[in-house]
Design a binder for this molecule. Structure first.
Ligand code: SAM
Length: 214
């Protein structure tokens, strides 16, 4: 089987092509993982009026639960590099008449962010959490004490081969590098304190959270 991903750095051109193809059916494909989104967002510990960065926001599936927590006085900044995914996010914002969502169509590593945020979400964004430049740009826009949550695919224990077969298939379809798939959170959590990592779906999914400190 040819696996079109490498163990090296994420590949931007490949990621753009991958999500250009997936944009139309993306929301349906993600339905299985929605309970994980809820759990990840709850860990952000958002308060009314907070600002949250949704990194690699895709079609904006997290906007509604984020909006419910930060309220009208809060702010959501969605960063997404794929124009087709961003168009879906934009349509969602318009449909709901959200005034407090700012969308930035750019790579996370160079996106211009105009806020210092109280929280950042990296939900199913393996290519981003393995990219030091992307992490540096996002962390530069977080207040000390900001809550950070990342979630996504990971290799389960080696003997959990059915889980790992699922992770392999899902990863081929959704990431451009397998680098760090055994411990996807570790570059991110190197910047955090009070880190907690839990796994679900028989070890094939992680949710990591912690508090940013400069
Ligand atoms: C699996 S989707 C997750 C989307 C969204 N977070 C969600 O929960 O549904 C990964 C998203 O990250 C985006 N992405 C990948 N690399 C990126 C980068 N370097 N900068 C910004 N977006 C990126 C992809 O275009 C895609 O929309």
């Amino acid at each position: 089987m040819h696996i079109p991903v490498s163990s090296r750095a994420p590949d931007r051109a490949a990621a753009l092509a991958q999500y250009r193809r997936r944009a139309q059916g993306y929301d349906t494909e993600l339905a299985l993982f929605e309970p994980i989104r809820s759990e990840a967002i709850a860990l952000l510990d958002l308060r009314p009026g907070d600002t949250v960065i949704d990194v690699g926001c895709g079609t904006g599936l997290s906007f509604e639960p984020l909006h419910r927590r930060v309220g009208r006085k809060g702010r959501i900044v969605g960063i997404e590099q794929c124009p087709e995914m961003m168009a879906k996010a934009q349509a969602r914002v318009q449909e709901h008449h959200w005034q407090d969502v700012e969308l930035v169509c750019a790579p996370a590593e160079t996106a211009h962010v105009s806020v210092q945020a109280d929280a950042a979400l990296f939900h199913f964004t393996h290519d981003i959490v393995r990219d030091d430049a992307a992490l540096a740009n996002i962390f530069a826009h977080l207040k000390p004490g900001a809550h950070v949550v990342a979630s996504g695919l990971q290799w389960a224990a080696p003997w959990m081969w059915p889980t790992n077969a699922f992770v392999l298939l899902a990863a081929v379809y959704s990431v451009t590098s397998f680098e760090g798939l055994g411990h996807p959170w570790d570059r991110l959590t190197a910047h955090l304190r009070d880190v907690q990592v839990r796994t679900t779906l028989m070890g094939g999914i992680y949710i990591a959270n912690g508090i940013y400190e400069e």
